[in-house]
Write a protein that binds this ligand. Structure first.
Ligand SMILES: [Zn+2]
Ligand SMILES: [Zn+2]
Ligand SMILES: [Zn+2]
Ligand SMILES: [Zn+2]
Length: 110
């Protein structure tokens, strides 16, 4: 095993360090983003919360708007109705203040 760049333990796995739980590659099969910040709590690409996944294999995301946890597969926040993905084109909505999809213009306020 390689050494973890954060805690220096020789427990660095392919996706995360089993000693300090730093994530290096997003473990979601359809994401696989390289995580450059070992202190990151969530994937910058797909939003996966690493702590829940590494410890319990739970696939959660945190709503950027209301900060509540829910399944990563939800298209929309069940609490504040924020769209994570555009319902028309599937574009990932990153701005919590977006009124419409930046790609196709679908109204996201419904
Ligand atoms: Zn480590
Ligand atoms: Zn990801
Ligand atoms: Zn929300
Ligand atoms: Zn769209």
């Amino acid at each position: 095993m390689e050494k973890c760049p954060r805690c220096k333990a020789e427990k660095k796995g392919k996706y995360w360090c089993s000693a300090c739980k730093a994530v290096f590659v997003c473990p979601m099969p359809n994401c696989g983003a390289t995580i450059s910040n070992p202190d990151a709590e969530e994937c910058p690409r797909c939003g996966l919360l690493f702590e829940d996944y590494v410890k319990q294999r739970k696939i959660y995301r945190k709503c950027p708007k209301c900060k509540k946890k829910q399944g990563l597969n939800e298209q929309r926040c069940q609490h504040c109705r924020f769209w994570f993905y555009c319902p028309t084109c599937g574009h990932a909505v990153t701005s919590t203040s977006a009124l419409s999809c930046p790609r196709c213009g679908t109204n996201l306020q419904r």
